[in-house]
Structure formats: C-alpha cells, structure tokens
Design a protein around this ligand. Sequence first.
Ligand SMILES: [Zn+2]
Length: 269
Amino acid sequence: MPVTQTHCTACGRQLPTAIISNAGLLCNTCMGQGLFRKKIIITGITRMNQGNICVSGIDPDTWRFVRPLFPTGLNRDFTMESKTQVINHFNLVEIEFKRYRPENIYHTEDWIINENFAPRFVRHLTNEEIIRVLNKVSISDLNMAMQPQDKSLFIVKAQSITRIWDEQYEKFKVRMDFIDHAGNAHNSVPVTDLLTLAFVRYQKSIGNNNYPTELMNIFNNNPYRYIRIGLTRKFQDKYWKQVTALITIPDLFDGRSFSFYETKIGGQA
Ligand SMILES: [Zn+2]
C-alpha cells in the first residue's frame, strides 16, 4: 500500500512535491543542517538485549513518533540524571539529533542522536495535555494501522486486557492478551515495557500472585486506556508486536518509574 509523504519529517513544513515513500522525508533545510535539538514527549522505555534499552517518543511539532538511537546502543544511564529518571513516560525532554536514519519498512522513526548531549528534562505533561496527545495520535484498529507498513510504533485505544501472565523462559517474561478498540484480539503479546516488567517482578517478590487481576481491573475500568505497541525488527521473517507501555489517566502505576521498582527488587527487570 503506497504512502504519500507531503510534509518534512523533522520540521513538519510542506514538501515542494509529494513523494511516495513509506519512510519520511526531510526538506532541504533540515537535510542541510548539522546537529539540532528537539523536544520529544517520551512514550516508551523498553528492554532490549544485553542490558540495553530502547526509548521512543512523539515529536509535538509533527506528531510523528521518534526513536532516538546511539550507534552503540542505549543503556539505562541514558534515562537518568544522577538519581532522577529524566526519560520517563510523558516527560517533555530535549534531545540533540544527528540525522534521520529510517528503514523502508515499518521502522521509519529512527534518528541517530548525539551521545555527548545529555537529555534535558523540560517538564512533565499535565493529564489534560496527555489526553490531547492521546486523542491526536492514538488509533483504534491495530491491524489496519499496520497495513501500510510505514510505522513501527502505535498507541492503540484498547477495549480490554483479557489476560496477563509471566513466565521464565531464557529470561523473565510477561505476556498479555488484549482486544483493541476495533475488536481485534491480539494474543500472547510479550511486554517489553521496563515499567510493567519491573512492577510485575516487584509484585512477585512480595508474594502478590494476584497482580494480573488487580492490574486488569484498574486498566479495564479506566475510561482512558491505551496500549503502546512497538514492532520488532524482522525476526524469523516477521515483525513481532510487543507491548511497550500501558497508559491510563490517571496513571495505573501512580507515576512511578521502572527505576523505582528496580531499586526495590535490587536488580534489573
Ligand atoms: Zn524540514
């Protein structure tokens, strides 16, 4: 399914001519500039391999998703400024970008960032602002939104989570079944959200095995319920769905961060 690019991916200005491409395009001005800083609304912090993490957010100038990358991979230190977790859900954070590096299928959100510029905390969004962001960027039908293959990050309006469970297979894993707002069932989707992983490990560490029911009750009874989905890179010929955040208003984790729970369990989720 062809996708037509009409606006610059970085600044949002209209391109002189529309171009058919799944990946976004830069205008001449943005293409010609060196390092530049941008404020991003953080929407996901997820677990990768070898202790690395993946961060993603939304550019409020263009309402496009952005995935900041270091060529060497991001570690947990990137999210912290001494003991404070700067990279946290719905924080507005300034990051210095080097260049846009999209893939042609799905992963069109990748930007190489300057590893010498520490992300600068601007502020945390108010609940009213978060609702506006969700209204602006959320989708209700994940299957349909994946069809053009021009995005790997989605905020999905959810009907309900129908099952949550954890398992120990190679490493600690959490999975869930959920139904999106359009009624599509998505089953056994792994959760890579660091916050949910750390929260579940903490619940188990205090002997609370009833956490799935409690979490589902809070989530399913909230009028604002969204599931952040990210697609993996191609693996065994597929781009796999992963749950990269659970979003409700007010926040179902009471605004706590993954580092809060990792400190409590004394290790990495
Ligand atoms: Zn531009």
